[in-house]
Design a protein around this ligand. Sequence first.
Ligand code: IPE
Ligand code: IPE
Ligand code: MG
Length: 244
Amino acid sequence: MKPITHIAIIMDGNGRWAEARGRPRAEGHRAGAETARRITRAARRLSLPALTLYALSTENLDRPREELAALSALMRHYLDHEVPSLIEHSIRLRVIGNRKLLSADLRRRIASAEKATAGGTAMTLALALAYGGRDEIVRAASALAEKGGPLTAARLETALDTKGLPDPDLLIRTGGELRLSNFLLWQSAYTELFFTRTLWPDFTGVKLRAAIAEYHRRERRFGRAGEEVARPSAKLKKPRGKFK
Ligand code: IPE
Ligand code: IPE
Ligand code: MG
């Protein structure tokens, strides 16, 4: 079986889950946060080395103020209460996204949770918060431009928020939409995509395992053909030859 080291999830559908119950959207976000905890534990039990959860996009920052307040309160609650469990399960928390777009209070709590869980070696949990793929690439490119020197893919990767994380093998989007919504644009160049209509609060460990099983049925070709496809270490690298 081909390895699976990193799963990234677009946790979509909280609002519709709540609206279908005649409840405020914030209630959907609360249920969604509970699902995020459950799926983190499920991934850990499956010995997955890395899990990235898309919690808030740069575009989501244009949502109504009350909804953002509810999301921020949930995030603060998560950061304050989840750390002991993350440490217990040897999970290292890492937040990706544009910290300048977060309040000083949230930044402090993030730094403290990252520090407290830094010893976790079993799994990395990356929370994408105020994250946008385009914003990440622009921040990385401008950091490199300031330093000077040649711009290579390898150097760009060291300046991305995801530095050190492998590219996702599998990207799951719940909620039925068939798009990336600005998530991991650089990193998902050859990621397998899995879309489900299940709304995020209804997503389960069983559904996660079904997505992984589907991943194992796929053939990852990385643009190759013939015997080259079967090479176990097929990875993205510099083009080998010119097209003449
Ligand atoms: C995803 O659920 C959570 C965030 C984007 C913060 P949504 O809030 O987008 O839920 P739907 O898509 O409106 O159902
Ligand atoms: C994507 O969901 C962002 C997160 C799940 C955090 P959205 O609900 O914001 O995506 P669109 O607006 O449907 O593309
Ligand atoms: Mg949505």
